[in-house]
Design a protein around this ligand. Structure first.
Ligand code: FE
Length: 333
């Protein structure tokens, strides 16, 4: 997720020159790569004439920048992934609520902030990936069961530094409390086949290559790899179908506290939750539409349906600090 230096420079110049921005534009700070959001914005501009300017960077610098710019801020919207990150932005005080019947009707409540500070735009499940050579799906059941001794030296995980794993652990904390969650996470660490990887792709490729038998990954990484290589020796499994369901997280958007074009930005967010935008938004990255009226892509639909955890995903933020401390205690690097 590299910053587009050119757009960044252009935006900075505009600001420095004190140019009065036209009302028919929206400025977006986005931690999602250009290819994932540009087609959506282009469609909106073609439809409405509203220009959408955006810069991309990692979420932490974008959030810091919005905070530092304060009342002179140029960003209207912050787009990022994971409820853990959106919750951080909310805690930093850089967002303002969007009250919208359109959004409330289009996006289920568990995928929105209870204070209306942000809403999900697309969904991803963080689920189990298994080796089709060495594991039968009947051997799998829950995230918790991956802590059992029969998975010793067979599990691959991504680093605990990644917010995705912090959010998953936060939801375990919500379901089980601290003591049981720590025992589960310690079990996972005991079962590692190798040191945690830097990204989800590496986990899937390690399962495919036989380095490990099971892992935990976000679905769209699997979708991309599987599209490139339909012969992948790895499949997705939906855990916890007899209890709370699969952990689902999101990409989402928040309106900045000092948005110069708040009304125009709200209209763009509302449009992004409609079927027209949702299909596009989810298809590009093999994610699930956050609007349940919209069907997923063919690749995504082929993985089958599953019961998702209905816990409000903002719990990922609320218990993030606790989750990080627990993962550290359990020795998950
Ligand atoms: Fe990702």
């Amino acid at each position: 997720m590299q910053a587009d230096k050119k757009i960044l420079a252009a935006l900075a110049l505009t600001t420095l020159a004190g140019t009065v921005q036209a009302a028919d534009e929206v400025v977006v700070y986005s931690s999602r790569i250009d290819e994932l959001i540009k087609p959506v914005f282009d469609r909106y501009t073609a439809k409405t004439g509203v220009q959408v300017k955006f810069i991309t960077d990692k979420e932490a610098p974008l959030m810091q920048r919005i905070k530092a710019e304060g009342e002179n801020g140029v960003a209207d919207l912050l787009i990022t992934v994971d409820a853990g990150n959106l919750w951080q932005a909310e805690q930093m005080g850089i967002l303002q609520p969007i009250e919208s019947k359109v959004i409330d009707a289009n996006i289920p409540p568990q995928y929105r902030s209870s204070s209306h500070a942000w809403t999900g735009l697309s969904l991803r499940a963080r689920t189990i990936v298994y080796s089709t050579d060495r594991v039968k799906p009947e051997e799998l059941s829950t995230y918790e069961a991956l802590a059992e001794p029969n998975w010793e030296a067979r599990l691959c995980l991504r680093s605990s530094k990644k917010v995705y794993n912090q959010s998953l652990t936060a939801t375990l904390l919500e379901a089980h409390g601290a003591e049981k969650t720590e025992a589960i996470v310690k079990g996972w660490v005991n079962n590692l086949a190798t040191d945690p990887f830097a990204d989800d792709n590496a986990v899937i490729l390690a399962v495919d290559a036989g380095q490990c038998d099971v892992g935990i990954v976000n679905t769209y990484y699997y979708g991309r790899l599987h599209q490139e290589n339909p012969g992948l020796r790895a499949k997705l499994f939906w855990p916890n179908q007899a209890d709370r369901g699969v952990h689902v997280n999101l990409s989402g958007v928040g309106l900045t506290k000092h948005a110069p074009h708040a009304e125009a930005a709200k209209k763009l967010v509302e449009w992004m939750t409609t079927p027209e935008a949702q299909g596009l938004f989810a298809e590009i990255n093999q994610e699930y539409p956050a609007n349940p009226q919209v069907a997923p892509s063919k690749e995504v639909a082929a993985w089958g349906s599953f019961k998702a955890d209905t816990i409000p995903v903002e719990v990922a933020g609320k218990r993030q600090a606790e989750a990080i401390r627990l993962m550290d205690r359990a020795g998950w690097n």
